[in-house]
Design a protein around this ligand. Structure first.
Ligand SMILES: Nc1ncnc2c1ncn2[C@@H]1O[C@H](COP(=O)(O)OP(=O)(O)OP(=O)(O)O)[C@@H](O)[C@H]1O
Length: 289
């Protein structure tokens, strides 16, 4: 088993009295491509910012490539690419000026890739000479992605990178992401609400709920094994442990829960219950509510 590229232990983060991250543990291994899922306000951006050392932790520790995130070496820092949810581009510069600025900061800068992406993503000469503040939200998001990919990072962290992209740009971006992973074995963590995109690129998914990673696994395996078990509450009570995943009280004295442990066999043994397969959207709803 390879060593973790990212390791988080017991992270806590509260805003006012509200605990957003509540003793969260997480480990990401090199080459993993993880879609980070959670309801609005679940804390995905907060988690990403904590993981990258952009927010002070109330408790816990994060390391990247074995180094404390608060004290990263230049080399470790140069290996990270980040696309924040809110644009952090220098709005008073033009795209060319901003890219030149970052190029000077990174020892590894893939000029050919930058030019190819600028060309493919509609950055013609007039647009490259316009100040970033005058670009549309989607154009800024593209530029932010180009900046994050430009130095061939080994860890790429993207916070809802496609939210403002049109379908063509989104598809192109996903293709680029897949290339990055295939060609460079990049580790990718990205949050998104667009589940179809996730099914296209993510190999693993992690669900953030209650300030912790409530569930993580290989997307195909989870979907293959996930079953919503539905039946009379008295029977469901007998079948479940202390805190079953996705436990819900339904109408008419029935309840349900989600299992990844042979739900079909359980339904065969227990005629009063049925086991339904789940789509990713169903799983999202069941796990995160
Ligand atoms: N600087 C802050 N001050 C106070 N509260 C904050 C701050 N940043 C985030 N929060 C709160 O923390 C919670 C988690 O926010 P966060 O942006 O991390 O969620 P998210 O899962 O990324 O949400 P979304 O899917 O809507 O982008 C929210 O309730 C938010 O209002």
């Amino acid at each position: 088993m390879s060593t973790a590229i990212l390791h988080a232990e017991g992270i806590k983060k509260s805003f006012s009295s509200r605990a957003v991250l509540d003793g969260l543990d997480w480990e990401v291994r090199p080459g993993q491509v993880i879609g980070l899922l959670g309801r609005n306000g679940a804390g995905k951006s907060t988690l990403i910012e904590c993981l990258l050392g952009l927010r002070e932790l109330d408790a816990g520790a994060v390391s990247i490539c074995g180094e404390d995130v608060g004290d990263l070496s230049e080399a470790a820092r140069a290996g990270i690419g980040y696309v924040p949810q809110k644009s952090d581009l220098f709005e008073w510069l033009t795209p060319d000026q901003m890219l030149a600025y970052f190029k000077a900061l990174y020892p590894r800068w893939n000029e050919a890739k930058v030019e190819a992406l600028l060309g493919r993503w509609g950055f013609d000469a007039p647009m490259r000479a316009r100040t970033i503040g005058k670009l549309s939200v989607g154009e800024r998001q593209r530029l932010s992605i180009i900046r994050a990919l430009a130095h061939d990072p080994s860890l790429l962290v993207l916070d809802e990178p496609v939210s403002a992209l049109d379908p063509v740009a989104r598809r192109d971006f996903l293709r680029e992401l897949i290339n990055q992973v295939i060609e460079r074995d990049t580790t990718v963590i990205f949050s998104t609400h667009i589940l179809t995109d996730l099914e296209r690129v993510a190999l693993d998914v992690a669900f953030l709920k209650g300030g912790k990673i409530a569930l993580q696994g290989n997307l195909d395996t989870l979907l293959e094994k996930a079953r919503r078990v539905v039946g009379p509450t008295s029977v469901i009570d007998k079948l479940t442990g202390a805190a079953p995943l996705g436990r819900m009280q339904l109408d008419g004295g029935t309840s349900s829960f989600v299992t990844f442990e042979d739900g079909d066999a359980l339904a065969a043994r227990e005629p009063a219950v049925r086991a339904d397969a789940l789509s990713l959207e169903d799983l999202f709803v069941e796990v995160t509510q």
